[in-house]
Design a protein around this ligand. Structure first.
Ligand code: ADP
Ligand code: ZN
Length: 612
């Protein structure tokens, strides 16, 4: 095949099968590289379009593309989506009975499959490997390749075994894909999967349609419900919490407030998890309250918001989780509420975590980077992308850009806090937390203060000029900057650090961050503006869109698949706006490939005509 043939063949498949007009970003280069037999390591953000990078080459090359994926619960949906496109796809995993599995194996051996999804533990069995040896393989795609990283929270030991694919099938190209992006993780993936000669394709990690917002936590339930009511009523979203009990409490609370919320964490039975996940994917407007166990591989395109009500442990995890919002490219929100208690709690968890010092140090660094993001007075996106080694200018679509926080000289305030902490240190072991220190500074004479005679301290009442909330902000930022630390005593006693001295002695000026007045008055004001602008279509188009959605819902239900498997919102919006009058018009809409045009074209034209 000449280069020109490869080029036009890939594009032809993209347009005919997937109904897309052109490749995005690096997709074309990646696809050409793999079609030509090269190995590739692909790093793209969630929603960047990784699937096409192996699906198109699998269709272009002779044989079956083997997709290794840890996401057993999602394989059925992935296969259904491909089947809707007219691609011959199947999967092999432990949820199948042996008769079905045998049929799939026969189809593979007969050369009747374009793509075969396999769970890694299944792939590595002798039976499976021997079967694969007897058929023809076009490529191996290793999805969620960061699962091979032992540092990450998605580590799967079976992934370590995948390096053998190269030894057994040296001539079959391998493409490893992930949305996890630090240079460190990338090196680790290449090493562990023996991708020595793979070309690395690192896409821009920017997700411009996601509006990043980080707010001060005060009454987090109220803040969350306000966010949902004012900006995302009736829309699909994910709320991430740190613990299982918090997941359950929060889901219950949201339900009591009339939100259609479900919960998900690793402590639930597999059946309940599968059912809740399936409802989230299939039904419109469900809010999933979950731990980070939820989400990898969930390719629901119309998640409109991702909210974190606890501080994530790393920027990497945070970016992956928030990336699940707005895969369809339409405006979406990433919202995080965080406060003093989060910092104290996480520092303590790190101290108490099992593992050696190097491990704890690493967790500490990850947390510091996350705190840096929270406390930044410059564009969130600039900070986020910097973390992944990419550079950009201020984005205009984050809370800092839209409502810049104020910087104020907090040196004296910090000195007051540090002096109080110093005085109390003598009495450590008494459970004097941050709240008590603030009470002392503000000169409150409550029971606790009287009992401890802390109203006799020289620092008592020296901070009456700032509010409770302001003091919490000061303490939080001192902790974030490691000018204060949490003792290992199990009581969470605050203590000075080596760096505190310079501040206490007045050798170091300290600029602190204060949320803008506007942002503080309403935690949601920043977002409301964009929603009306971007999501709602002009008059009649909106009516057509609703009608098309209703039609799509019926089709999806009768096929037993999630609605987006039939068509994405983005495609329906485009149809509603363009008002196609013929199949030919319709074929030009992005997301309408040959198979879907044939299967649904007439129905759609009828819906459009009826709305006119
Ligand atoms: P990822 O796996 O990287 O998270 P997906 O492969 O699910 O992303 O793709 C994200 C979305 O973008 C999907 O809805 C997909 O259909 C769409 N998409 C991908 N590539 C293109 C393209 N070249 N043109 C139009 N839409 C695309
Ligand atoms: Zn910005």
């Amino acid at each position: 095949m000449s280069d020109v043939d490869v080029d036009s063949r890939a594009l032809e498949i993209l347009q005919r099968v997937f109904g897309y007009e052109s490749f995005r970003g690096d997709q074309h280069a990646i696809v050409d590289h793999v079609i030509a037999g090269g190995d590739a390591l692909v790093l793209m953000p969630t929603g960047g379009g990784k699937s096409l990078c192996y699906q198109v080459p699998a269709l272009a090359r002779p044989g079956t593309g083997i997709v290794v994926s840890p996401l057993i619960a999602l394989m059925q949906d992935q296969v259904d989506a491909l089947t809707e496109l007219g691609v011959r796809a199947e999967f092999l995993n432990s949820t199948q009975d042996w008769k079905v599995a045998r049929e799939v194996e026969q189809a593979f051996l007969a050369g009747d499959l374009d793509l075969l999804y396999v769970a890694p533990e299944r792939l590595l069995t002798d039976r499976c490997l021997n079967m694969l040896s007897e058929g023809r393989i076009s490529l191996f795609a290793i999805d969620e390749a960061h699962c091979v990283s032992q540092w990450g929270h998605d580590f799967r030991p079976e992934y370590l075994g995948l390096s053998m694919l190269h030894e057994r099938w040296p001539d079959v190209p391998r493409i490893a894909l992930t949305a996890t992006a630090t240079a460190e993780t990338r090196v680790e993936i290449a090493q562990r999967l023996s991708l020595d000669h793979a070309e690395h394709f690192v896409a821009s990690f920017d997700r411009p349609n996601i509006r990043y917002r980080i707010v001060e936590k005060n009454d987090v339930r109220r803040q969350l419900i306000e966010l949902i009511r004012t900006e995302h009523a009736g829309e699909a979203g994910v709320v991430y919490c740190l613990s299982r009990s918090r997941v359950e409490d929060t889901a219950e609370f949201l339900c009591s407030q009339g939100v259609n919320a479900l919960h998900y964490h690793a402590g639930l039975s597999p059946a309940v998890r599968a059912q809740n996940q399936s409802r989230f994917l299939r039904e419109d407007g469900i809010v999933m309250v979950a731990t980070i166990a939820f989400g990898m591989g969930i390719d629901k395109p119309d998640v409109r918001f991702v909210a974190h009500i606890d501080l994530p442990k790393s920027v990497e995890g945070y970016y992956q989780e928030t990336g699940r919002a707005g895969r369809d490219g339409l405006p979406a929100t990433a919202w995080l509420a965080y406060g003093l208690q989060d910092v104290v709690q996480q520092r303590r968890m790190i101290d108490e975590s099992p593992g050696d010092d190097a491990y704890r140090r690493r967790l500490g660094q990850q947390l510091d980077a996350m705190l840096g993001l929270c406390e930044t007075v410059t564009c969130r996106r600039v900070r986020l992308l910097e973390y992944f080694g990419q550079h950009t200018g201020p984005c205009g679509n984050c809370d800092v850009c839209l409502d810049p926080p104020e910087a104020w000289d907090g040196t004296v305030a910090a000195q007051k806090v540090l002096s109080a902490v110093y005085r109390l240190w003598k009495e450590r072991g008494q459970r004097y937390g941050a709240g008590h220190i603030i009470d002392i500074l503000r000169g409150k004479s409550n029971e606790r203060i009287k009992q401890s005679s802390h109203d006799q301290l020289s620092v008592f009442g020296i901070g009456a000029d700032l509010s409770d909330q302001a003091w919490r902000g000061v303490l939080r930022q001192l902790l974030a900057q490691r000018l204060l630390a949490v003792d290992h005593d199990g009581f969470g006693t605050l203590m000075l650090t080596e760096d505190s001295r310079a501040v206490l002695k007045g050798e170091r000026q300290l600029m602190l961050r204060r949320e803008s007045e506007k942002a503080a008055r309403s935690s949601t004001r920043v977002g409301t503006r964009s929603r009306a602008e971007a999501i709602v279509l002009p008059g009649e188009a909106q009516t057509r869109f609703e009608a098309l959605r209703a039609w799509r819902g019926d089709v999806a239900r009768s096929h037993g698949v999630p609605a987006y498997v039939i068509f994405h919102d983005a495609t329906l919006r485009e149809i509603a706006l363009a008002e196609p009058a013929s199949l030919d018009d319709l074929a030009h809409i992005s997301g309408v490939g040959a198979r879907k045009l044939e299967a649904y074209g007439e129905d759609i034209l009828r819906e459009v005509a009826r709305g006119a």
